[in-house]
Ligand binder design. Sequence first.
Ligand code: COA
Length: 165
Amino acid sequence: MVIRPEIAEDEACIGAVISAAFGNALHSDGNEAAIVERLRQDGQLTVSFVAVIGGKTVGHIAFSPVRIGGETGDWFGLAPLCVHPRFQRRGIGAALVREGLVQLRMIRAGGCVVLGDPEYYGRFGFESVSTLTYCGESSPFFQSLTMRGEAPTGDVEYHRVFSET
Ligand SMILES: CC(C)(COP(=O)(O)OP(=O)(O)OC[C@H]1O[C@@H](n2cnc3c(N)ncnc32)[C@H](O)[C@@H]1OP(=O)(O)O)[C@@H](O)C(=O)NCCC(=O)NCCS
């Protein structure tokens, strides 16, 4: 398996793997592929990595800037993450998260937030903190990982395409 940044030729395959993976997911709105496309168009797809096996795109992860307490800074949101259903539970999702976080550290990100299962994301160091809220509330599902400096406090907003798409 190779994990690498997306290139232009990957765009259709990324859309396809996102649709295949989220097609069965209970919490999905079915808009994840469109969100990634719009982030890309808006220049907000700061990190976009694919997992490739034998030339086939089997997974994808995206990170885009978030606003905290109304301010743009150096924090990012992990979303979406997906692995094609036929390739799940082989560590591909974990490898995408780990490589993505390495890349965020390389660009000197302050930290990262994610909305997802604490059992899954806790293994990468994400934890829920009361000082970072989502839609005005803290939740075990809304987690953060500080990479540099003091964690900011406030309500976290993903790029507007997440709510508009
Ligand atoms: C979530 C997802 C990316 C995980 O990818 P993966 O390659 O299967 O994950 P890994 O192989 O790295 O990790 C598998 C482990 O995570 C756990 N896991 C997998 N999906 C999980 C989920 N949705 N919630 C909690 N734990 C999960 C499994 O129990 C497994 O642990 P185990 O092997 O010890 O039992 C993949 O299941 C997926 O694409 N799901 C549909 C889209 C989605 O829900 N994305 C996440 C949005 S936050």
